[in-house]
Design a protein around this ligand. Structure first.
Ligand code: ADP
Ligand code: UDP
Length: 238
């Protein structure tokens, strides 16, 4: 059993703790949910549990397909052990269908297929509202090197191939998603989480929304929708 020690970071949805293993963190998925740069907040029963199981399943699926992740193991209903990484202050977003900030920023109609998919970097900084940035900013401000940028982009697109396929065979569309990466012993590794909090998932036929947009748009049944996706993907939930 791993010992959960000092809290080192309390984010908007997860809390990270040190453990008795200096190379590992205890990651607690809380029921807290936020949107619009934390202007809208709520606490939703069972969200932490569902996201913990959801994330574990996706990370294990990605590992099986050859993508290295920080995930080690589940250590409880709402917590997992992960490798402790030096995080890049970056969010890597891939968009297969138009939605969200892309539509607002560029006046693009919603729900349009994007071929080839769009890739965007955002600077992870709550005070600035996570602004859109480009590779030139990343290199000049030394957030990552050109080589690291190329690797993060390639990994984010590889995740797109793997997960779009997984979702498609279960009658789901992966419209867009956000990934974060970090360094572990010199290697770039997928970190943070992959859950309906950080992606857009639609029913393939009806385009019904099953992700955090239900919270953003006050559509109700937020956790129920996360659970529906988990069941379609045959993710065991306790
Ligand atoms: P936020 O910081 O956006 O409010 P969370 O509530 O999800 O987000 O908090 C989790 C934090 O832990 C994020 O800042 C994320 O970058 C960081 N993190 C995720 N995985 C790891 C890891 N393996 N090692 C170190 N930090 C991590
Ligand atoms: N996203 C995220 N965290 C962020 C910003 C975006 O998980 O801080 C996810 C979001 O859920 C969506 C994708 O990244 O799946 C693209 O988000 P977008 O830029 O459209 O921003 P939004 O309008 O959703 O805030």
């Amino acid at each position: 059993m791993v010992a959960k020690l000092k809290e080192i970071y309390r984010g908007k949805a997860k809390t990270m703790y040190e453990t008795d293993n200096p190379k590992a963190l205890y990651c607690e998925f809380r029921n807290d949910i936020s949107a619009f740069n934390a202007e809208k907040l709520a606490n939703l029963d069972r969200k932490g549990l569902i996201n913990n199981h959801f994330n574990a399943f996706i990370m294990q699926h990605l590992e099986n397909e050859g993508v290295e992740t920080h995930f080690i193991e589940k250590v409880g209903e709402t917590a997992s052990l992960v490798k402790k990484l030096k995080m890049f202050p970056l969010e890597c977003v891939v968009r297969n269908l138009s939605a969200g900030s892309l539509c607002k920023r560029l006046g693009i109609e919603k729900n349009q297929p994007l071929n080839p998919p769009v890739f965007e970097f955002f600077y992870k900084n709550d005070k600035l509202g996570d602004p859109l940035i480009n590779e030139s900013h990343i290199i000049t401000f030394k957030w990552a090197t050109a080589e690291e940028i190329a690797q993060m982009k390639a990994l984010t697109f590889r995740v797109n191939e793997i997960l779009s396929k997984l979702f498609k065979v279960n009658d789901l569309l992966l419209a867009d998603y956000k990934l974060e990466f970090g360094l572990f012993e010199g290697r770039i590794i997928l970190a943070d989480e992959f859950t309906p909090d950080g992606c857009r998932i639609w029913d393939a036929k009806t385009l019904e929304i099953f992700d955090k947009d239900r919270f953003r748009q006050d559509l109700g049944n937020v956790v129920e929708s996360y659970e529906l996706v988990a069941r379609r993907l045959q993710i065991p939930l306790k």
